[in-house]
Design a protein around this ligand. Structure first.
Ligand SMILES: C[S@@+](CC[C@H](N)C(=O)[O-])C[C@H]1O[C@@H](n2cnc3c(N)ncnc32)[C@H](O)[C@@H]1O
Length: 266
């Protein structure tokens, strides 16, 4: 008699994790797949932009647990984010279907969803990320920017200050979490040649409630350190330099075209 080599259902960890994005604007950005992950979960954890959005989520599931109380004045954000991973993982290990709901896209400028999925998979649980409409998507629509036109770099603002990064002033520069940077002197801009002090900077806040309109403020770069910047705003620097043609590559391509045409005419 053949014995089955398949593991019995007792051996397979039942707990699973889905991290989904709710999108930016209440009611209009939630995808059917994200909704189904929420509805089918045993427990839902929520890190959302707004208390009203959290109330809306509560109408989709009876056990929604807010992750907001883990934030505390003076406590490191990284510690909070580690705790988010731990509370979600504790329920996964207890055999629950867990859904972590994050505003925007759960994988964009968001540490815990990536980390929780990594941890769950490392322990043999199923884990999945379901994308959502992020602030980035809304920004392109509201500001009329196509990242394909000049290219677009995205940085977390502190990283730009604390590490040597290369900014390409011929493309758009999008800075996230500028409101969290303690020192907003943005010395790299003011001392570097990439941007003039009168270069226009766009301060952008996308709508999170259907009654909101996007907030778009335009200020010269020199004023940026003095403008109050709420943490939910994103800063965009339009290109400050023209695209520079790569003459060497163009010449080589022209030469290739020419020899191709010459060969064809023989
Ligand atoms: C922790 S990240 C979360 C981003 C989110 N996961 C997403 O997909 O958009 C927080 C940063 O996102 C940006 N952000 C959040 N809400 C925003 C909004 N309503 N409008 C524009 N940018 C926003 C800001 O740069 C903020 O500092």
């Amino acid at each position: 008699m053949q014995t089955s080599t398949l593991p019995s259902s007792d051996d397979v960890p039942r707990g699973r994790l889905a991290c989904v994005g709710l999108g930016m604007t209440l009611g209009s950005h939630l995808t059917p797949l994200a909704r189904s992950h929420i509805e089918q979960a045993d427990v839902v954890f929520a890190a959302l932009s707004d208390g009203i959005v959290e109330m809306w989520l509560q109408r989709m599931h009876p056990d929604v647990r807010s992750l907001q109380p883990y934030y505390q004045e003076g406590k490191s954000r990284l510690r909070t984010y580690r705790q988010w991973v731990e509370v979600m993982m504790a329920e996964v290990r207890a055999g629950k279907r867990v859904c972590g709901v994050f505003y925007g896209h759960p994988g964009i400028f968001a540490w815990s969803p990536h980390k929780a999925i990594e941890a769950a998979r490392a322990e043999g649980f199923q884990a999945h990320m379901e994308p959502g409409i992020s602030a980035e998507d809304c920004l392109y629509a509201d500001l009329g920017i196509d990242p394909g036109r000049y290219g677009c770099q995205h940085f977390e603002a502190s990283q730009l200050l604390f590490y040597e990064r290369r900014i390409d002033p011929a493309g758009y520069l999008v800075l996230w979490q500028v409101g969290l940077v303690g020192d907003r002197s943005l010395a790299r801009f003011t001392t570097g040649p990439a941007y003039r002090l009168d270069h226009e900077v766009i301060l952008y806040r996308g709508a999170t409630l259907p009654i909101d309109k996007p907030r778009i403020r335009r200020v010269p770069l020199r004023d940026l350190p003095h403008v109050p910047l709420p943490v939910e705003e994103t800063v965009v620097l339009p290109p400050s330099a023209a695209l520079k043609p790569n003459l060497a590559v163009r010449e080589r391509l022209d030469a290739l075209d020419k020899s191709f045409l010459e060969d064809g005419s023989k």
